[in-house]
Structure formats: structure tokens, C-alpha cells
Design a protein. Sequence first.
Length: 310
Amino acid sequence: MTRLTPLNAGFATIGQGAGPMMVTWKAGLFHKHGLDIGRPRIMGGAKGVVRGLMNGEIQFGNMAAPAPLRADLKGEADLVFLTGGINQQFILGRPGINRREELAGKRIGFVGDGGLNDALVKFIIAKLNAAGIAGLREETVPGGGDKELDALLSGKCDAIVSTPPESIEAHRQGCNYLIDFAEYGLNYALGGIAARRDYVERNPEITRQFIKAYVEGMHRYRTDREFTVGVQAEYSGIADRTVAEETYDLTRPGMPPVPYPVVASLQTLLDFMATDLPEAKNADARKFVDDSFIRELQNSGFIASLAPSR
């Protein structure tokens, strides 16, 4: 019997972004490709994933891009993205706000932890100002999907950045989708699987096995709705299966068959981060990406060999 390589993997928070990793694990694909990975760990946000990677608690992590990019730029870490990943994000308006133009002069929830929420809030304020929708301003709210939704519904703010499944619950309570960040090419480019650069260099075969399993898991996610919805409901603790179904239906269309890290969109994020992070000025997104394993899987025919999408 082939001996499996033990290692650990983790993700930032419960939500749609960790779906492919959990599908890969639940389907036994890590095991299939020679890896002994226990249940992936919840690391308490992207900063927790960065810490876990740097201290060796985990070897591969799924997270949004701002935290690792910021840590890399400040010299606190040396992480590279190996794949892209799901990260569907929206601007939701409170009940009664139906169009983005109505955000002029309003308040948008701002967590203030330096994570993805903060980056997207600042990004959309700048984009709306450039489009003539002026005066949207930050309003500090507690972090966490439910807390942000409470702030929105209570009128503490007029809009929030939200992601499935939380955004689905908000929509059911009368909140409206005003902006899909896919408009800016950011629906599939805000994160993915990352690892320490030195770990990848020392362990190319393990990295190859992990990425191969993950790519097959993403394919399973894309092509097996019933299985994926079940996994999403289970690991997210979603009691209402229809919420898991809507989460799948919102995220599935943005998933390409070959999950390369999206360098152009990471560059967009870096360029914007430079407005308040001097180290990001003139930073090249290619420095933070190693797509060689994905490219190898594509060139070898492995990705094409997976069953056609249904």
C-alpha cells in the first residue's frame, strides 16, 4: 500500500471561499493523490492563515489576497499564490436602496482589520467617486458576516460588502445587490491557495500532489452540484439547504476550468493598496504567484482528461 504524506491545510473563515478545499477533502481527492490531510482547519481569518503558514501549523492555506500581500510587502512573510479561488463579493444596500446611484452621500460598513472588507470598501468608494457617485463614506462596524448584516438592517450603515451565504440571507431580508465585484474582474481573483515560498521550493512533489488534488476538487465542485451543495451545507452549518443551493448557483458561473492565479487582478489590488501602503507602490503581482504547477497540469493533459463539465 502506498504511504501517504501527512500534512495540514486550512482556510480563513467558513463561507463560499473554502468550498473547493472542502469538496476536495470530502471527496477523498487529497487521499487519492497521496496526501494524508485531516479535516482542513478554520484559521480565524486570512491573518490566521498567514500566521499558520509561517509557523508551520499548516502547509497550504486558502484565503483572500490582501492579508498575504500586505505581509509579503512588509517583509513579515514570503508567500505565493499557487491557484486562484472562489471569492464572489457584492455590495449590498439596506432595504429601500435599490440602485448604486443612491449610495451618494451614504455610509458603507468598514471593519478596519486590514482584510478584504477594508480593501473592497476603499476600492468601491474610489470607483464610485470616479463614476460621479460621490460622498460614500466609511462607517465602522463589527467584523463578521452576521454582525455586518445586523449593522445594515439596523440602519447603522447603508451598504456593506457581503459574500454568500451571508449575502443570500441579507437579500431574503430585503437587502439589494447593488454591485457585483465581477464587474472589476475581482470575482475570481481575490485569493486562492497559498504556501510559503521556501516550502514549495523544498517540497515540489508534495506541492504538485496538493495542487493536482485541488484542481480535481475544483472540477468536482463545478460539475457536481448535488455533492457540492451537500458539502457546503455541512461544513458551513447551513440548516436551510436552499441557502447552500443559492450559494452554489452564485459562485459556480465565475469558476474557470483552469484555476490559474489571476495576475492582472492581483495587480489591480496591489495598485490600489499603494494608496495607503507605500511598499505596494510599483509592486509586481507576478512576484507573489507561482503558477508553474497549474501550467504543468494543463500542459500534461491532466485537466483536459477530467470528465467534461455537466
